[in-house]
Ligand binder design. Sequence first.
Ligand SMILES: NC(=O)c1ccc[n+]([C@@H]2O[C@H](COP(=O)([O-])OP(=O)(O)OC[C@H]3O[C@@H](n4cnc5c(N)ncnc54)[C@H](OP(=O)(O)O)[C@@H]3O)[C@@H](O)[C@H]2O)c1
Length: 337
Amino acid sequence: LICFIIKVKKVTMQNMKAVVCPEYGSPEVLSIEEVSKPSPKAGEILIKIKACSVSVADRRLRAFDVPAQVWIPARLALGLRKPKKPILGVEISGIVEELGENCSRFKPGDEVFSANLTHFGGYAEYVCLPEDGPISLKPSNLTFTEAAAVPTGARTALHFLKKGQIEKGQKILIYGASGSVGTYAVQLAKRFGAEVTAICSGKNIPMVRAIGADKAVDYKQENFTQDLGQYDILFMAVDKWPFSEAINFLKDGGYYVNITQPIPSIRMMLTSAFGKKKLVLGENVSPGPDGLILIKELIEKGKIRPVIDRVYQLEEIVVAHRYVDMGHKAGNVVIEI
Ligand SMILES: NC(=O)c1ccc[n+]([C@@H]2O[C@H](COP(=O)([O-])OP(=O)(O)OC[C@H]3O[C@@H](n4cnc5c(N)ncnc54)[C@H](OP(=O)(O)O)[C@@H]3O)[C@@H](O)[C@H]2O)c1
């Protein structure tokens, strides 16, 4: 009997709670299950997760909602009939619990945050991640809930602003300024010394002004373009404004940056081949930790901060996904674990 109790206890201790996505579909495909607790391989750290976000990447993967041009390669990479990695969750905050062999960047007890876009696994009590990936010590002035709302949006905004060669004194237009990437793009562009015009719906104008936008325009208003000028950078954080119209507001020599489109349209290719306007399209953000370390420092200096729309508990994951599916979150949605 004692042996049996010890065995049961051991098995229980090696399990964890996780949200599993066994098939592509609506938020209702998600369910909470007991799964094996992972243990770190060489080069990996085991993190006890305190919070994760419900990002656009999570909802895209759950619903298999990807641009038509990349449907086949994405299906091959992510799973033909169902997700290869059924535990979603691409950004987290938590505490390092155990180190695999050859790990030296962190020690048990370190408070960290991470963007695990290729590993997923954030909708769980524990995850193992390579320690040389986009992981950093968490900003000391943020709670775990706040920190989970940072890594993907902030790293993406930083990466694409740099690709757009942002410089002090430039004029930048950020379309979709109220979303996760958009709210970081507004704040980081201001830190680079640019003059920021933010485009969002009227209800979010006070928020984007509060985080630093010099001018905010409601895209729902008829003729919202009439007061726009000419910009050095058009930063498309949301792909809802046709290229053929937007490009008229870009100066010659300026950059059209679209983080959502991996492959250019014919019109885009012709514009960049024969015109003076340059294109930067969606691509994977570099995998190392440098961007996140810089972002941690900016947050600790009070230069940028996360915008959090709603906070849910793990048990409310279906409701949280339904909300993010609507496409109008303001900043970020976080799950506490
Ligand atoms: N390339 C990469 O590495 C990378 C990384 C992260 C994300 N992404 C992509 O970037 C996109 C944005 O991600 P996100 O996390 O920032 O999205 P998000 O937080 O879901 O963006 C939501 C925002 O979109 C705005 N919006 C919705 N319809 C709009 C419209 N017609 N015109 C203007 N704004 C509109 C909403 O503003 P209102 O409520 O004010 O309408 C809302 O605040 C996604 O397509 C995502 O897949 C790419």
